[in-house]
Write a protein of this length. Sequence first.
Length: 323
Amino acid sequence: MLEGYEEAWHLIFGFDRAGRAEVGLEADLPGGERASFAVRLGARSYEEEAWLKDVQLLYHEGSRPAFKYLDVNGDVKEGAVSGELDYYKAGYVRRSALSEIPEDAHPALAELTSLLRGIVILSPSPSRVRRPALLSAESMGYEGEGLATLLLRMYLEEREKFEIIEEVVGSLIEGVQGIVPRIVAEGGEYHVKLLIEERELGRVPLSNVSDGTLRMIALVTALYGGARVVVLEEPESCVHPSLLEALVDAMRDAPAQVIATTHSPYLLDHVKPEEVYVVGRVGLETKVRKLSETEEVKLVKRFLEEGGTMGEAWYSGLLGEAT
């Protein structure tokens, strides 16, 4: 424990109990309207709001289970969040009000909730991917846990998606011909294991599959599994450098908006200046800049025209201060 930093809010808000940290997004709904959602984190509580243009769809103050929402007729009603209360050691609601939107809520709330549920954030851990997944798992977790069950569900219910994932994995990793989910009974519970069909070795258990192959299967499943937004943390980890260009192409071709974070100049070698956002620290704040909207982009493009690569441009400091 750092001296003087005894609780989370000490670190996040610099001892300012009145401070607020806001995280939000805007989304274009299927009908063409723009909705927004924001969470404001305070030292001891939080607030969440949803808007459709200038109309408030939802408001929830985290110290109470009750929340207000707009119904299908435009009337303001009250709902409640169920479940345990635990937040910043002060007994506040953990779950978002969006997790329990009433059936009579404004349709834009359901659409916004669907969009948010379609966001996948992934940093696969080979050890987590190797473990058998519970048959009851509902989705793939941040470290790839539950991947086997997700692929089984696709195989049974969305075969076309499953076959696309197999095809993309096979195009990226030489020798892989298929993915085989299998249900097994262990310790009174049902689990799902994966076998990899290899050209020369036949069906291989994950214990004999490389870390890079496991990560690639998890990444491709996230990209082509039906998510609307996929956030990949350092996708190049454990992946052979010769596959990075193909991986970037797979991200571009995926039917989802893809955001990838990286510290790898080798991955950057395969992206275009207009695809790059530079993240850096300014004082105590983290700033994100779109490279194509900065002064540095002119130097970068000239550097590329002269035979340099994007990774070399970053390594040489041409992208500005980046962390």
